[in-house]
Design a binder for this molecule. Structure first.
Ligand code: ATP
Ligand code: MG
Length: 307
């Protein structure tokens, strides 16, 4: 059964796509895991990092995108999920020169519109139900269909909280929340933490021990200033905090660009490779401690939808 990770924060530009791809590269290359990245952001950044602009356009023209996948699954029974994936994405080779198993369900510029269309489809067919919950559950079940084919599925979420982002957070075994250590980011962390734990306010949240929360806050863009340290400590008082802190580095920024010449992970990340290593070690080290949450969610969803 795959471990599902959602990388999410309703705030933009905090490093969600960067962290998604870092985890994908490191878990597939160093960890020899079979990794699938699901790009659920209409900006398609993870797809463009993993395929390059031309590769992503080719995938789109071949109808290998998340929008095509959702639309076809809603409208056509027996859709085969694998046909929407791009195999061996990324520009990394292992030390032996072999490509890691790093596949991609590419993003789509249309995903925001498609969610509205799917909602209307559903509204036509099932009046009287709680349609928003229904849609989120259906999308969640469709995201969960790669359970047996991969070890890890990483979902790069859009900023904000769309239906698909809600679905991804709901089915994830863990939600990784990258944040910039500044005051504006604090409110965004509070909000995503409520969604991840399914509670409505911070009092309810505080009743859940930090060790039992599904989400993990990950400081990014850290420059080592005193004010940042205080703010990160403040986050750690109310939220689970990763041990690793990702520094602001040119090597991490440059890794955003896809290269047509495959490189080792060390060459790709340059001065950021030690950050990637620490992130990899922390996340892979915590994998065995995770109780798969999504299995229960999927079972409950099937029951609710067939009731
Ligand atoms: N640790 C870092 N050091 C240097 N640059 C970084 C770091 N993390 C991310 N960046 C850069 O910051 C920018 C924003 O990162 P990214 O696109 O991953 O954020 P995001 O949260 O996915 O954004 P969006 O909300 O738009 O999807 C990118 O140009 C990326 O290269
Ligand atoms: Mg992004």
């Amino acid at each position: 059964m795959a471990l599902y990770l959602a990388v999410a924060n309703r705030k933009g530009g905090v490093g969600k796509s960067t962290v998604s791809v870092m985890l994908a590269h490191s878990l597939s290359t160093w960890g020899a895991k079979r990794v699938l990245v699901v790009d659920i952001d209409s900006q398609c950044n993870a797809s463009i990092i993993l395929l390059g602009g031309r590769g992503w356009r080719e995938a789109r023209d071949a109808r290998k995108t998340i929008s095509d996948y959702f639309v076809d699954c809603f409208r056509t029974p027996h859709t085969v999920p694998e046909t929407y994936l791009v195999k061996e994405s990324g520009d990394i080779v292992g030390a032996s020169g072999r490509r890691p198993v790093l596949d991609l369900l590419p993003g789509s510029l249309l995903i925001d519109e498609v969610q509205g269309d799917l909602f209307l489809d559903l509204a036509g067919g099932s009046a009287g139900k709680n349609l928003i919950i229904d849609l989120s559950r259906r999308l969640g079940l469709l995201l969960r269909r790669w359970d047996s084919a991969y070890d890890v599925v990483i979902m790069d979420c859009a900023p904000g909280l769309s239906f698909v982002t809600h679905a991804a957070i709901a089915i994830a075994d863990r939600v990784i929340v990258p944040f910039r250590p500044d005051y504006v980011s604090l409110m965004a962390i509070d909000r995503i933490s409520l969604v991840a734990e399914g509670v409505t306010n911070l009092d309810e949240l505080s009743a859940i021990p930090l060790s039992r929360r599904r989400y993990l806050c990950l400081p990014n863009f850290v420059r080592g200033r005193g004010a940042e340290r205080l703010l990160i400590e403040e986050v750690g008082l109310t939220h689970p905090l990763a041990d690793v802190q990702l520094a602001h580095r040119d090597g991490i920024a440059n890794a955003f660009d896809w290269s047509s010449e495959p490189r080792t992970i060390e060459a790709k990340y340059g001065d950021g490779v030690a950050d990637v290593r620490r992130l990899y070690e922390e996340i892979s080290g915590s994998m065995s401690k995770v109780t798969p949450h999504a299995r229960d969610y999927a079972r409950d969803s099937h029951r609710a939808l067939s009731a």
